[in-house]
Write a protein that binds this ligand. Structure first.
Ligand SMILES: Cc1cc2nc3c(=O)[nH]c(=O)nc-3n(C[C@H](O)[C@H](O)[C@H](O)COP(=O)(O)O)c2cc1C
Length: 241
C-alpha cells in the first residue's frame, strides 16, 4: 500500500493520464464512423417564452431517474424551455451570469444533443445539434445518428431512441491552464452542475431524465469530431416524455 506522499507525483498534466485511464474503452474502435460535420447550416433561434414556475421544493421531491424511452419528437417551444431554463446567460449587466456556476467564469462545458424535432418546421431535420447559450441558438452539427453508431456509444442500447440524448463536452484547456490539475476536477464538477439543472428542469416540465455514465467516450468523441483529450464528452443524459 502506497503512502499519501508516494501517491503524490510531481508531474504536470497528470489529468491527461487520469482522463485516458478512466475511460470506458471502445469495444470496436477499429470500425471508423462515417461522420459528417455539417457546415453552412443556419442556426435556429430559440425564444425564451416562459420561466419555470413550479416550486423548487416540489421539483426536488419529484426528481428520479427514469429509463422509460418515449421515442417521441419534441416541438421547438418545449425544447427552448428546457434548454434556456437549464442553461443560459440570465444577466449580462456586469459580467455574463449563467444558470450554472463556473470556476473562474471560464465555462468549459459545451452542450450537444440528438433530437427529433416535430414536423412543424420541415427544415429541422433529426440530428445532433449544438446549443449556444450566448446566442440562444441551436445548430445542426451532424446528421442523424445511425443505430450502429449508437450501439458503439451506449452500453444501454435502448437509450439511443431517447427523445433527447445529451452530450456534455468539456474543453479542459482553459481550466487546466489557469488551475493546473485542479482545473480538471473543476471541469467535471461543472458538468455535474449543468446536468443537474437539466434533470430538474426536465422534471419541472413533466419530462423524465436519466444520467448516463455507461458510454464509450472514444466513440462519442469520434461522433462529435473532438480529440478526446483536450476536448472530451464527460457526461451524457437522456430526456423523455
Ligand atoms: C454519474 C452518474 C452516472 C449514471 N450512469 C447511469 C447509466 O449509465 N445508466 C443508468 O441507467 N443510470 C445511470 N445513472 C443513474 C443512477 O443509476 C441513479 O441515479 C441511481 O440508481 C439512483 O436512482 P434515482 O436517480 O432514481 O434516485 C447514473 C447516475 C449518475 C449520477
Amino acid at each position: 500500500m502506497l503512502t499519501w506522499e508516494q501517491l503524490l507525483l510531481d508531474k504536470d498534466d497528470l489529468w491527461k493520464t487520469f482522463h485516458l485511464n478512466s475511460r470506458i474503452p471502445s469495444w470496436c474502435s477499429e470500425k471508423k464512423i462515417n461522420k459528417e460535420i455539417l457546415i453552412n447550416i443556419p442556426p435556429i433561434h430559440l425564444s425564451f417564452e416562459e420561466k419555470i414556475d413550479t416550486p423548487l421544493g416540489e421539483v426536488l421531491m419529484k426528481r428520479e431517474s427514469s429509463r422509460k424511452i418515449s421515442k417521441a419528437s419534441i416541438n421547438l417551444k418545449l425544447l427552448s424551455r428546457l434548454l434556456i431554463n437549464s442553461y443560459c446567460i440570465r444577466d449580462n449587466k456586469e459580467h455574463p451570469v449563467r444558470t450554472a456556476p463556473s470556476a473562474g467564469a471560464l465555462f468549459p462545458i459545451e452542450i450537444y444533443f440528438h433530437c427529433n424535432l416535430t414536423k412543424e418546421y420541415p427544415e429541422f431535420l433529426p440530428g445532433i445539434y449544438y446549443y449556444c447559450p450566448d446566442s440562444l441558438t441551436i445548430t445542426r452539427y451532424t446528421n442523424n445518428m445511425s443505430q450502429p453508431i449508437m450501439d458503439r456509444i451506449l452500453l444501454q442500447k435502448e437509450l439511443a431512441n431517447s427523445t433527447l440524448l445529451f452530450f456534455l463536452v468539456a474543453n479542459f484547456s482553459k481550466p487546466t491552464a489557469k488551475y493546473g490539475e485542479r482545473g480538471y476536477r473543476f471541469t467535471l464538477l461543472e458538468a455535474g452542475h449543468i446536468a443537474q439543472n437539466f434533470n430538474l428542469v426536465a422534471t419541472a416540465l413533466g419530462m423524465s431524465c436519466v444520467n448516463i455514465g455507461g458510454y464509450s467516450e472514444e466513440d462519442a468523441n469520434h461522433l462529435l469530431n473532438i480529440d478526446g483529450l483536450i476536448s472530451s464528452v464527460v457526461y451524457m443524459f437522456s430526456i423523455n416524455f
